[in-house]
Design a protein around this ligand. Sequence first.
Ligand SMILES: Nc1ncnc2c1ncn2[C@@H]1O[C@H](COP(=O)(O)OP(=O)(O)OP(=O)(O)O)[C@@H](O)[C@H]1O
Length: 598
Amino acid sequence: MNYSETHQKLLASNKGKYRCGLSSLKTRSNYWQLLPYIRLQWQTIARGLIGILGYVLATLVLINIAGKLATPFAQGNVVAIAQITGSCALVFLVRGLFQSIQDMYMAKAALRVAFHLRQQVYTHLQKLNLSYFETAKAGDLSYRLTEDVDRIGEVVNKVFHDFIPCILQLLAIPIYMIYLNWQLTLATVIVAPLMGILVGWFGERLRKYSLKSQNRVSGLSAILSEVFNGIRLVQAFAAENYEIARFGHEAERSLKAKYSAERLKAIQIPIIGFLEALSALSLLIVGAWQISQGNLTVANFFSYLAAAALLIDPIGHTTNNYNEFKQGEASVDRVFELMAIQPTVIEKINAIALPPVNGKVEYRHISFAYKPGEPVLKDISLLVSPGEAIALVGASGAGKTTFVNLLPRFYDPEVGQIFIDGVDIRDVKLHSLRRQIGIVPQETIMFSGTIAQNIAFGQDVFDMEAVKEAAKIANAHQFISQLPEGYQTWVGERGVNLSGGQRQRIAIARAVLLNPQILILDEATSALDSESEALVQEALERLMEKRTVFIIAHRLSTVRRCDRILVLEQGQIVESGTHEELLALERRYARFYAQQFS
Ligand SMILES: Nc1ncnc2c1ncn2[C@@H]1O[C@H](COP(=O)(O)OP(=O)(O)OP(=O)(O)O)[C@@H](O)[C@H]1O
């Protein structure tokens, strides 16, 4: 099965399944939610299980052989001892082989579980609304997708490759011990329930401490990503010491949370060790008593001792694994917490692909609020003809960005409908809608990649000639050609090696290449030098030709050139008309114009 099929299968099996993991009313461990991912790996796991079974059986054979050593030892029969140890060596070898099989397949299964989980969470996040990312911390999200998922993979690996074999040994060896002598077994395992209760008690506490610790480390990661993204601001405000102190404070909280978990483990290990020692001592006393009563042979006592010795390892491993299992649960909770967040902009099941549009846009009685009871847009209606250029002006916070964000469905209005070419945008596939709306944002983000890849953003395969053509229209070809590696020049995460004007022209080239019938332009407010401004302006004019355009306008030249200017105030269109018409009105626009543009 290829990746895409697997992915679809997981999507289908997970639909509507996720619950928020951090709820205090948690009744069922979030580990159960890993089941679909584990089920997908059943073939690999089955192969690993064959390895485990072989390993456990070989262990039982070893115990049996050990018992056979008692008589030759008593007789000083070196040849017999050599033969028995020889067969022991052979069984050890076979056991090792089974161990390799088990390790290999279980590791493969666990890594694939983590891989699919990571892909699913990432896919899920891509579907969440813009509003979620406006509040989410990038560092925290990347920590959950990297460290937390890795940790889950490690726990799954541990469970399969360590925990299950240990549990099998803990079941099989005592059964064999009972077969040898039940009184002795009773003396050995009498402390087991107490141990079990203690391990469970400590495990639950460890899970809580780990959750705290993971949240703290995630907090650290969020601070790092904030600070490194805004390092210019930090330096400009000479806020380095403030940031160092903030980081130190968070790091200390992380240290404390981690130390709490380690301290708990430090208390737990000697307690469990003491109980183990008690059971070993009682074994000697009861063993000697059973031999003296004639209920046990020395040979069986040897076998018994070998069995008890082979139990020490699985007991220790099980305790440790259980601790890790509980600690890992914190990561599972954190990852499935993301999966429980539901997008509010949802594509209808029967959504159709929006056919190529002419660009007629209608807002019909649109009202919108980010928070209930605080409307940002109030009953707005607007009809825009194909090819019309609309400028949106108004004070900061008037709702201009919100108004245009409704068109590509970054948000859905509370009331009203939006139509493109007469089709309600809620009835169409999001992809087909968004691919027909070009956006040139105020600040252009560059993704790691070449300039050509940045212009052809979102396309796996692209025509280099078309990219160059788009760059020419966007007045970007000349400066790109002058770069040492031209279109193959690598630009960093935030395009630091390009000027503001150059980045804007790359953004324009992106829109030209997409060739949408509808355009949203958010003009940059930051001042460009006059040459750069002229180049950007010219590029924009070419881009806008024959398209329906919404511009959040800051430049006088842009506003003047538009077919219609809308003045927004407190979420309502209070004036509408051409530049001349609105100036003649001598109301808000005229005042606004006088204040800002004259
Ligand atoms: N994601 C959000 N969550 C909550 N409130 C928001 C969000 N985005 C914007 N707002 C609020 O909605 C109102 C309109 O904001 P919007 O960004 O649409 O205005 P604007 O006219 O584009 O302003 P500016 O010119 O400053 O960008 C403001 O009061 C703003 O605080």
